[in-house]
Design a binder for this molecule. Structure first.
Ligand code: ATP
Ligand code: MG
Length: 562
């Protein structure tokens, strides 16, 4: 967190932690964790959990662990572990030495399981998963007990050790907790704790052929690490009785307090690793870091500053009930941050030749341009100006309405940082009727953009010198889905039905100031009058590539005023 960011006001989680600290619970310590499963890349939903867990730990001089919940080798990969570490750091958080893996606890989790069996609290069950599902009952009907529930501790121990030793087929047996098939909470109906899985784990290799389920591994990992407050999203509310039950049975060293909060949802974004993986695998996007993806790497490549994401999470706050945040609110945070930090530059996306006939051929003028009006320390730069420049096509109209303050026959306009010019004529393609060139004269006494006689010129347009401009590829993005809630599907409808066919428009070539060839990938710029852009790693100094981060129009501010 940077110094300028304020501490969030008291939400119910912070309130709870403050009370616990005041009451001397856990000797006043606060230990939280962010527990990703390394089966995909982090998305902006995860950012909320990261900001919350690392945020409250920092506010109470506690610590936040980064723990990989790596209990499903069939879906997980070391590639994701590396990427998640990088993304959490990029977002601005540091776990110090507290990096953990649930897989490091496998031997201890196994011991815990044996202890449960010895206490008569767990049994080996030979039902298939379908049979178990059939006997699970419903919210209104109790479940049916497994015929294997009555096995003796000795038999269970022998069978579980056999499972561990690889004596049984995958899927043939599981270890289940012996709790209550009549419980009103479905997760308490003798849940599965361990299963046989023949897959090579990215850390433990082939050491194990039984793997603990999330509920078993998660709570115990929390307890083993001395986590004091285990903050989870709402879907875990139903798992809380099981979380508590497991820890109580085992005299675990500490009993962490689980608290649930509402996940972050944003309009137009599909925040689900499963869906995002599909988009990548089926080629709907160019990869996990495609700038249209709501992954942290996608947002980063799109040019979203990490501070803007942190600010969104702070503004949204933490609540108990589900809500969906407008994507416009995130864009508002992005603009607010980039407005302060991004250097300005001129770029023309739909070029139209403007010939300034009063400027001699071959003459080059170097003009001073302000890099950021919001930040004087960014200084100025030189921009070359010559007889032929490109302007935006829609900054010229042959037959304009009265209130059009740009270029039109006989009208005067300011070329940003350069001169006042007056349109003297234009040429049209005889076949298409399209304007192909505009001519004008300039007022040499208006260098820098102001008339010496103080006459008022309302319109200012941007431009680039044709002879100096660099050709660039500019990628304009729209939302990946046309629907506000891409995950809300009609029956039989596939998620791909909501994909936006126009989510990417490539402008090639656009013309940009020559200095932009030097822009390192990741550097953000405001193209004046167009929007915020970021240099993409696909570019070269000769032919840079820019992604549009966000347009300039602040629709959010407009909505708020209504
Ligand atoms: P997904 O639902 O996208 O598949 P996940 O919940 O399976 O994600 P995990 O790796 O298990 O992904 O999540 C790590 C942590 O991030 C969990 O504690 C989870 O509660 C939290 N998290 C996931 N999605 C969100 C969200 N949209 N808002 C807030 N926290 C989230
Ligand atoms: Mg999850």
């Amino acid at each position: 967190m940077s110094a300028g960011e304020s501490v969030p006001a008291g939400d119910f989680i912070r309130q709870r932690i403050r009370d616990d600290v005041a009451a001397g619970k856990n000797e006043g310590r606060v230990v939280t964790r962010f527990p990703p499963e390394p089966n995909g890349y982090l998305h902006i939903g995860h950012a909320k959990s990261i900001c919350l867990n690392f945020g409250v730990a920092a506010e109470y001089s506690g610590r936040c662990h980064l723990r990989f919940d790596d209990t499903n080798p069939s879906a997980e990969d070391i590639e994701y572990v590396e990427a998640i570490r990088e993304d959490v750091r990029w977002l601005g958080f540091d776990w110090g030495e507290h990096l953990y893996f649930a897989s490091d606890y496998y031997p201890r989790l196994y011991e815990f399981a044996l202890e449960l069996i010895r206490k008569g609290k767990a049994f080996v069950c030979d039902l298939s998963s379908e049979q178990m599902f059939e006997r699970r009952g419903t919210l209104t009907e109790p479940g049916i007990e497994s015929p294997f529930r009555g096995r003796s501790a000795e038999e269970n121990l022998a069978l579980f050790e056999g499972m561990r030793a690889g004596e049984f087929e995958a899927g043939s047996r599981v270890l289940r907790a012996k709790i209550d098939m009549g419980s009103s909470v479905l997760t308490m109906r003798d849940p599965v704790l361990y299963r046989i899985l023949r897959a090579t784990h990215h850390r433990t290799g082939d050491d194990w052929c039984i793997y603990p389920l999330y509920d078993f591994a998660h709570g115990l990992s929390d307890a083993l690490e001395g986590v004091t407050h285990s903050l989870c999203t709402l879907e875990f509310a139903d798992h809380r009785p099981l979380y508590d039950w497991i820890i109580q049975q085992l005299d675990a060293p500490r009993h962490p307090q689980q608290i649930v909060f509402a996940p972050l949802n944003l309009t137009y974004l599909a925040l689900s690793k499963r869906v995002l993986r599909r988009l990548v695998e089926e080629g709907h996007v160019r990869g996990w870091d495609d700038p249209r993806m709501p992954t942290l790497r996608g947002l980063r490549r799109r040019g979203y500053p990490p501070a803007a994401i942190r600010n969104l999470c702070r503004e949204v706050g933490v609540a108990k009930r589900d809500a969906t945040i407008q994507l416009a609110q995130l864009e508002h945070e992005v603009r607010a941050d980039l407005n302060r930090s991004a250097s300005r530059a001129m770029a023309v996306l739909r070029p139209l030749r403007l010939v300034i006939e009063t400027v001699p051929e071959g003459e080059v003028d170097e003009l001073d341009a302000v890099n950021n009006p919001e930040d004087e320390s960014q200084g100025t730069r030189k921009v070359p100006f010559s007889r032929v420049v490109y302007i935006e096509r829609d900054d010229f109209l042959e037959d304009p309405p009265k209130k059009f303050f740009r270029l039109a026959p006989g009208r005067e306009v300011r070329l940003r940082y350069a001169y006042l010019v007056t349109c003297t004529g234009f040429s049209v393609d005889p076949d298409t009727g399209e304007v192909v060139e505009v001519r004008c004269s300039h007022d040499p006494a208006s260098r820098g953009g102001n008339a010496p006689d103080g006459r008022k010129v309302r319109g200012t347009i941007h431009w680039v010198s044709a002879q100096h401009a660099l050709e660039a590829e500019v990628r304009l993005y729209d939302t990946l889905f046309t629907r506000e809630d891409p995950l809300d599907l009609a029956e039989g409808e596939d998620i791909t039905a909501g994909l936006n066919p126009d989510s990417l428009e490539v402008v090639n070539p656009a013309y940009v100031e020559p200095s932009l060839g030097q822009a390192e990938p990741g550097v953000s710029l405001q193209f004046e009058r167009i929007g915020y852009f970021v240099a993409d790693p696909d570019g070269t100094p000769e032919r840079p590539v820019f992604n549009r981060t966000v347009t300039l129009r602040d629709t959010w501010a407009k909505l708020a005023k209504q």
